[in-house]
Design a protein around this ligand. Structure first.
Ligand code: ZN
Length: 107
């Protein structure tokens, strides 16, 4: 199983594409596809067919999957994107460590 560097609930920033620089919360992670769904980002338009004759079809917007490699985790402490290091805290729990200078935030 391939691991994705972000988790559900993380805040991430988009590194490329039309949503470059935008931030959002990770709603879903798909390790097999190496993709993530981010709240309010990567929006795609879907056409919905009318259920009954005579009713108009609709257009709805929904979050489309983004490649995990195109997003970066935002540190909740300093609010900046970081390439987090992994470490084990005192309780033996896996945490991520912010590598931004002077931050040392864990999340
Ligand atoms: Zn930080």
């Amino acid at each position: 199983m391939n691991k994705v560097h972000v988790k559900t609930g993380d805040t991430v920033v988009v590194l490329s594409g039309k949503d470059k620089g935008k931030k959002g919360k990770v709603l879903e992670v798909s390790p097999s596809e190496q993709k993530v769904i981010v709240e309010g980002l990567g929006m795609v338009t879907k056409h919905v067919k009318p259920r009954q004759a005579g009713q108009p079809g609709g257009i709805v917007k929904a979050e489309g999957a983004l490649y995990a490699s195109k997003v970066m985790v935002v540190c909740p402490k300093c609010g900046k994107p970081t390439r987090a290091a992994h470490k084990i805290d005192g309780d033996g729990k896996k945490v991520r460590l912010c590598k931004n200078k002077g931050c040392n935030g864990t999340f």
